[in-house]
Design a protein around this ligand. Structure first.
Ligand code: TDX
Length: 332
């Protein structure tokens, strides 16, 4: 099988490619990535010379490039991770989110359609459903996104599903909860807080700290995507959650414990505008139909993640300068 992966230099995409190369020695993977601030070649440095792996630098919105890639590479399936993914950045500048997440997805869908791709796995997010006070969202629930980021992702997943209904393109959508693990850009809460604590800085906790997220270790998500790619049903949506719901203050206290710091390192800051209170997914469908379960216990996943950031300062230290500092100046 030849897989085209978009956004494979990002956090989840790079972990997914590493898993596929290891698990399927006869597969080829072509990674199309724009290589922007979060698309980091260091994420796949270890596989650069692997003959199974090829890299193309480019934008998914570039119709001609995407068309050329489909013509020359002739992929059997596509896994579409490429997206602008940080909520706070989408509040500062929504346009890039509509461009990459919506238009980029449409360009890929059209090329996939013309070239009769065997499978199009679109990676969505729990944020598309919006916030829920009690209970959990099922795949059949309506979408109610609240940020420019989540709205652009909801538009993209609906567009992808429309290509199944209208053109019979073999699309499958996954919607996962908050991922964490190694190689996550330190703007997202877990790597931001871990690296701040390693640097002896405080951690900026938004609002009252009682917003709830369901944490999923990235390898569990990659395994779910692998199952969906090979055994999922076309035209269907699969929720993928970690069964680890914690408030941000609970999460922060755990990180302080792992990094051996006290509560004086917490700095309560102004809340994120439109901050969703709680995300929660009902994942019985993927568990029952594809026999998938999250395997990583939360504390162990946090231990592995904190340990990785402790040992890999070379990876994240350069990222917390330049463009990153400009972004933080705009935010606070
Ligand atoms: O500095 C911070 N302080 C803080 O309290 C940051 C960056 C976040 N937070 C809070 C906001 C959220 O309640 O932590 C929680 C998690 O924040 P993020 O890491 O920004 O993730 P979230 O907004 O929940 O969205 C994430 O999950 C779904 C990803 O960014 C998305 O790409 C994914 O689709």
């Amino acid at each position: 099988m030849k897989l085209l992966v978009t956004g494979g230099l990002g956090f989840i995409g790079s972990n997914f490619i590493r898993l596929i190369l290891k698990k399927y020695p006869d597969y080829k993977v072509v990674n199309l990535d724009i290589q922007n601030y979060a698309g980091n070649p260091n994420n796949l440095k270890d596989v650069e010379d692997n003959p199974q792996y090829g890299f193309i630098k480019g934008d998914i919105c570039d119709e001609k490039l995407v068309e050329d890639i489909f013509s020359t590479e002739k992929p059997d399936a596509l896994v579409h991770f490429a997206a602008a993914s940080h909520v706070d950045r989408s509040i500062l500048g929504p346009q890039e989110f509509v461009r990459t997440n919506v238009l980029g997805t449409q360009v890929l869908l059209d090329a996939a359609r013309h070239h009769k791709i065997g499978r199009f796995v679109h990676i969505g997010t729990d944020e598309e459903y919006g916030s829920i006070q009690q209970g959990s969202f099922r795949e059949t629930d309506p979408l109610n996104p609240s940020s420019p980021y989540s709205s652009s992702k909801a538009a993209a997943s609906l567009l992808a599903l429309s290509y199944f209904n209208t053109f019979h393109l073999p699309v499958i959508v996954t919607r996962s909860s908050n991922n964490f693990g190694c190689n996550q850009y330190p703007e997202k809460v877990i790597p931001l807080f871990i690296t701040n604590l390693i640097e002896g800085k405080k951690v900026p906790l938004y609002g009252d700290g009682f917003n709830v997220r369901d944490w999923l270790y990235v390898l569990d998500n990659c395994k779910a995507i692998d199952e969906v790619l090979h055994k999922g049903k076309e035209g269907e949506i699969y929720n993928v959650g970690g069964d680890n719901e914690f408030s941000n203050i609970e999460l922060t206290k755990l990180l302080l414990k792992f990094l051996e710091k006290d509560a004086s390192y917490i700095e309560y800051v102004k809340d994120r505008p439109g901050h969703d209170r709680r995300y929660s997914l009902d994942c019985s469908k993927i568990k029952e139909k594809l026999n998938w379960q999250p395997k990583f216990e939360f504390n162990y996943g946090i231990y592995l993640t904190a340990d990785w950031y402790r040992k890999n300062e070379w990876w994240w230290k350069p990222l917390k300068s330049g463009e990153y500092l400009e972004y933080y100046k705009k935010q606070y």
